[in-house]
Design a protein around this ligand. Structure first.
Ligand SMILES: Nc1ncnc2c1ncn2[C@@H]1O[C@H](COP(=O)(O)OP(=O)(O)OP(=O)(O)O)[C@@H](O)[C@H]1O
Length: 371
């Protein structure tokens, strides 16, 4: 840009509203991470409970119990792990389930820990079984058994570890084996954020990015962020780009709306893929039910993409219901697209009623996967 204000956008994710992040995005996020518990927005129950755990440990002068953090991506698990270490005045060592291929890799990490350090294991549900077993012992007895030699002559030499704290993060707490889950003295579950909380995240981040933002713009971005701070921060950066390049640098409501229109994120946070799934369901299949593979073929995507990328949010927000006979559009989907469902369609008043579990009370039972 002639005035030199425009920086190359750092956007690399394929979808603006995905809740996961790649390495480039994580680097951009680093500057926005809260460093202390009091800066961490929302999640008041977990924050309060964690604050007690940490204060008690500090008062005792001992390492706190191991902490398990569960919840969907982008809600702040890594951020909380970093905060735990900084509140304890110690350092954080970071690894992840997929990065530990062999038990020996974990033994090497554990045996290099210093007293009181925090070991963050992201995606802990993806640890290989032998590493998991080694971790039980290390968490419970602060010991690793180092195996020396091979075959019949192999022997295990116990190595004492200094006290430390494991912070495990998982998007799938249900996949953790009970013996591992039981070794965490505190488990915090992170939930999606409400719009006022996301607004606070956005106002805070704008301050850190050194940009002025109107409350109305923060409110608009919050409403499109799918309950996820990571998405809120990403949308904020895109609105900032728009304001710099096409606007007058101000992040007001006009800039927020115009930017998010360019990026095809609609007022409730649906993007092009989400809307094309709804559109196909309503216009092509009269609201369904329709099988996953037919639906995916219609929108030109793989069934797996529709099932794992678009569907979770559409189901969570009540646009789509999964039934034993396939996917159906709800009344909310029709109204979001500005359409009227034909009489008898699932989303119409006279259409099939669904119980709370989203199952058709008159339909058969069955495995919903792959429908
Ligand atoms: N409560 C919060 N207050 C302010 N910012 C937050 C909060 N939670 C998350 N963020 C911001 O959102 C981004 C993503 O958070 P984080 O990396 O901690 O998520 P995560 O749950 O660990 O995701 P993943 O499972 O993908 O690693 C970070 O930039 C972080 O600063």
């Amino acid at each position: 840009m002639a005035d030199g204000r425009y920086e190359e956008p750092e956007f690399t994710s394929e979808r603006l509203v995905t809740s996961s992040a790649d390495d480039v995005e994580r680097a951009a996020e680093a500057a926005l991470r809260p460093k202390r518990l009091e800066e961490f927005v929302g999640q008041s129950v977990v924050r309060d409970q964690l604050s007690l755990v940490l204060q008690a440990a500090l008062a005792r002068g001992a390492a706190p119990d191991h902490v398990l953090l569960s919840g969907p991506p982008g809600l702040g698990k890594t951020t909380l792990a970093m905060i735990i270490a900084s509140e304890l005045g110690t350092s954080l060592r970071v690894t992840s389930g997929p990065a530990i291929q062999h038990a020996g890799d974990l033994a090497a990490v554990l045996s290099s820990l210093e007293e009181g350090e925090v070991l963050f294991i992201d995606e802990i549900h993806r640890l290989a079984r032998p590493a998991e077993e080694l971790l039980y012992v290390a968490m419970e007895d602060f010991r690793v058994d180092v195996v020396v030699g091979k075959g019949a002559g192999a022997s295990a030499i116990p190595l004492a570890l200094p006290p430390f704290t494991v912070v495990g993060a998982t998007t799938r707490a249900g996949l953790l084996p009970a013996p591992l889950r039981d070794r965490f003295g505190f488990t915090g579950h992170l939930d999606f954020y409400d719009a006022p909380e996301l607004e606070r995240v956005i106002l805070r981040s704008a301050g850190l990015l050194g940009v002025e933002i109107h409350h109305a713009a923060a409110h608009e971005i919050a409403g499109r962020s799918r309950g996820t701070p990571r998405i809120a921060n990403r949308l904020l950066r895109r609105v900032r780009d728009w304001a710099q390049v096409r606007g007058d640098g101000r992040l007001d409501l006009t800039a927020a709306r115009a930017a998010l229109e360019v990026y095809e994120v609609d007022p409730v946070g649906l993007d092009r893929l989400d809307r094309s799934v709804l559109d196909a369901l309503c216009r092509r299949f009269a609201g369904g039910p329709v099988g996953l593979s037919t639906l995916a073929m219609t929108v030109g995507e793989e069934p797996d993409t529709v099932e794992t990328v678009a569907e979770p949010f559409l189901v969570r927000e009540g646009f789509v219901a999964r039934t034993p006979r396939g996917r159906v559009a709800t009344a909310q989907a029709w109204s979001h697209l500005g359409l009227t469902p034909p009489a008898g369609a699932p989303g119409s008043l006279a259409g099939t009623l669904f119980d709370d579990a989203g199952t058709d009370p008159e339909g058969g039972s069955g495995n919903l996967q792959g429908l």
